[in-house]
Design a protein around this ligand. Sequence first.
Ligand code: URA
Length: 195
Amino acid sequence: MADLRMLEREVEAFFRPLFPGEDKILVFGDGKSDQPPLMLIGEAPGEQETIKRRPFVGKAGKNLDEFLQLMGMQREEIFVSNVVKIRPTAVGPTGRIRNRPPSKEEIALFRPYLMKEIDLVQPRALVTLGNVPLQALMGKVTVGDMHGKWHTACNGLPLFALYHPAAIIYRRELKEVYEQDVCSLRDSLTIQTQK
Ligand code: URA
């Protein structure tokens, strides 16, 4: 835990000067930080996450609750984080600030810290939500090809790929696929713990 706090200070010290004059809030991972069975990795925090300074709250938190319910797990049992620790924003046509997907540059800047975070937390397995964390950990692959199965991440850890639950909002046909994938994940973990 102390090591994670040190990593967070290191990330703050690196990124703070990159956004001079902007009050960019960094949102770090949370949950069971000592060898959890799973580390769930999303893209980047949104507005609610920066307000609460916690990943996957608000609408994304509801998605996480659904995932946990299907898995039969509590949030406190796993570690939850994102590749990019700042909220990527753009100004919409009406002048409103909105979320946007993280850029290649943002992903590249934050990736080394994600790898350190994983090293410190030592999860037994990684679960990626969507292409951003999947590609950060496995290179040029796509979630369309990799979802619903176990793979080996670049650091040697078992990795299970899921669609990002937000993708389901735009592609309703993925809802069933996503739920089946989560059930496969749950069943494969149950089999492993029974061995
Ligand atoms: N909120 C997060 O913390 N991460 C995501 O990927 C989406 C919403």
